[in-house]
Design a protein around this ligand. Structure first.
Ligand SMILES: [Zn+2]
Length: 631
């Protein structure tokens, strides 16, 4: 989660910068070691293009090729050979254009302030739009081919094998594509339907009057989203109380406006689902990747059945924090600290050791990859914050952007991002370009599995109980934030969509009360586990993901699948390893639910979600054993 998907070509691009210049300008803080296998800390974009001149000639050649794509218009159904020829032509153009795009995207992200090549980079962006327009005839033509004829094409043509899945997937979705006239009306309403989320973005990011508060250490903080994120972890309880009170009061003051924007978004989701002939907005959202609705419901139901485990975690934290009653503002601070830092080399060695359970093939590929110049490691002026993997340059290799700062968070981010990179590497190796790009639904499995194994290794090799407790609570916090909290959001998101679908309205007070019901149930307010002040029940207004049409549940499903698979790998070894690797090798060659099912993971069954709960309970048993010993 929080980091990036493999293909991020829809984001805007601005400029291109020479890799050679970058390499020369970078300061390399990791001066500790000079072993010959020392990891390079600046990626080499020369693997994509040797210089700007080559990028430019590639751009001209691709632009010319896009203009020839209309030669296929009206001919896709004429013969199997013609269909294969056209699909190859279009796919190769897209592949080469992504290659072009990736170079400019990566260069931009390490020097955001440089505007010299802005024009060139926006050309790459424009080419992507042009490719979309130039191939807009493809889907309608694929849908129009007679079924018997198409089956004959697919059966008799080897050249079509690379495209069978995307052709069948396009046809599967055809019943929700309307007439050209109706499609034009929907396309034309798109801007108007986005108004609610645009207003939300501007209001919450720029125009809401964020107050300043002074913390107990004398520091004055502006409580916008990022100030809130930092100061809510304060060790002082009075600070946390003050932070929550001040921050949520602002949202309460704007709750009617924010209810109108959220209701506007939900109404837009419901309207488009209805226009396209879906039974519900949930059905429409899941249809894109053909995810059965049972997946969503199995997740929400299992979490509700097992909510006691979250209550147990809250009580354990209460014990660690030595407080008599837990308030909602007590969930963010660390309950234990550890003064430890890691160099990049140590991180690499640690990760290689931790990932051993994934087997020789994975480790060999991983070890070779992390020693290449594929990573941009350290923060530098003008570099984009956060971390991601860009895996869209199919013929080259993934690139990894980090902002490594020697903390344990950096180590787990390293393991996480390299999970994405491994998924892209294995998918690109085993699948043709047309089947390599994998769905968001499975995109976080390898990354999370890497993190799970890292924490497993750290915990098992901790030098003392203090260190072990630290890792235990880190992992437990991650489970709370990714599994329980995202499922809680998923449940709320479904409830507000159903409210509108059933003719109901969403006022600020109604949203507060719906959110309050769910929040209090999750955190055991009525059972005396945690006290939830009514003021904080406006939290729904702070979550931008509710404007992304049923996206958040995938954080929870991914972490569940990762835990389910790593548990099996740790207990069963090789057969489970092979299942895990098969998911990565499969890329986007099938529907993500089916890819997981083939690997023995049924995301519509409670057992996947029970696995993470069982794991959590084992971790909490370990915490209790240590705490009882210390008494
Ligand atoms: Zn990720």
């Amino acid at each position: 989660m929080k980091r990036k998907n493999t293909l991020i070509y829809t984001l805007s691009i601005t400029l291109v910068f020479l890799a050679q210049q970058l390499a020369a300008q970078e300061v390399q803080p990791d001066t500790q070691k000079n072993a010959e296998n020392k990891t390079s800390t600046v990626w080499d974009l020369g693997d994509l293009y040797p210089d700007i001149a080559s990028w430019n000639s590639a751009r001209e050649e691709i632009a010319a090729r896009i203009n020839t794509l209309d030669q296929c218009k009206g001919k896709l159904g004429s013969s199997a050979d013609k269909l294969a020829e056209c699909m190859t032509l279009i796919n190769n153009t897209y592949k080469d254009l992504l290659h072009l795009y990736v170079y400019s995207f990566l260069a931009k992200d390490t020097d955001l302030g440089n505007s010299e090549n802005r024009e060139r980079a926006s050309v790459a962006q424009t080419l992507l739009t042009q490719l979309g327009e130039a191939t807009s005839y493809v889907d309608p033509e694929l849908v129009a081919i007679d079924e018997k004829k198409l089956n004959r094409f697919l059966k008799n043509s080897n050249a079509l094998k690379d495209y069978d899945f995307s052709i069948l997937n396009t046809r599967r979705q055809a019943k929700h594509i309307l007439s050209p006239k109706e499609e034009r009306i929907i396309a034309a309403s798109y801007d108007a339907l986005s108004t609610a989320s645009n207003v939300y973005e501007v209001l919450t990011n720029a125009e809401m009057p964020w107050p300043e508060i002074t913390l107990s250490n004398g520091e004055t903080v502006r409580l916008d989203a990022s100030g809130y994120g930092k100061s809510r972890t304060s060790e002082s309880r009075e600070d946390r109380r003050k932070v929550f009170k001040t921050f949520w009061e602002v949202f309460q003051n704007y709750r009617q406006t924010l209810a109108i924007t959220l209701e506007g978004q939900v109404k837009a989701d419901v309207l488009v689902a209805k226009l396209r002939g879906f039974d519900s907005s949930l059905q429409r959202a899941l249809d894109n990747d053909n995810i059965p609705e049972e997946v969503y419901r199995a997740l929400v139901n299992t979490v509700n059945d097992k909510i006691d485990s979250l209550h147990r975690l809250i009580s354990l934290r209460q014990r660690m924090l030595k407080i008599d009653e837990t308030e909602y503002f007590d969930i963010y601070p660390s309950v234990i600290s550890l003064d430890k830092s890691y160099t990049l080399e140590e991180t690499k060695e640690l990760t290689i050791k931790a990932l051993q359970p994934l087997g020789k093939e994975y480790i060999d590929t991983f070890t070779e990859a992390v020693n290449k110049n594929w990573m941009h490691v350290y923060p530098s002026p003008g570099k984009r914050s956060g971390a991601y993997v860009m895996g869209a340059a199919y013929d080259t290799h993934p690139y990894v952007l980090l902002n490594f700062d020697n903390t344990l968070e950096s180590v787990s981010t390293y393991a996480h991002e390299w999970g994405h990179a491994m998924h892209s590497l294995m998918s690109n190796e085993h699948q043709p370009f047309s089947k390599a790009d994998y769905a968001t639904f499975i995109a976080e499995i390898a990354s999370t599995a890497n993190e799970v194994l890292l924490f497993d290794y750290l915990r098992k090799n901790a030098k003392n109980d203090q260190e072990r407790l630290y890792y235990l609570f880190k992992e437990l916090s991650q489970i709370r934030g990714t599994f329980f909290r995202q499922t809680q959001f998923a449940e709320f998101e479904l409830a507000i969509h159903e409210q509108v679908e059933n003719g109901g309205a969403l006022s600020g007070d109604k949203l507060n009360s719906m959110y309050s019901d769910i929040l209090k149930r999750y955190y055991g307010h009525d059972k005396g586990i945690m006290n939830i002040d009514e003021l904080y029940t406006v939290e729904w207004a702070y979550i931008p993901h509710f404007y992304r049409n049923f996206y958040v549940y995938q954080y929870a499903t991914s972490i569940s699948a990762a835990y389910f698979l790593t548990d099996k790998i740790l207990s069963e070894g090789e057969p489970a390893q092979e299942n895990f690797l098969n998911i990565l090798r499969a890329g986007g060659s099938d529907y993500p639910y089916q890819i997981l099912l083939d690997a023995g993971v049924d995301m519509a069954s409670p057992e996947v979600y029970e696995a993470i709960i069982k794991r959590m309970n084992r971790l909490m048993d370990e915490v209790e054993t240590i705490l009882d010993k210390q008494r």
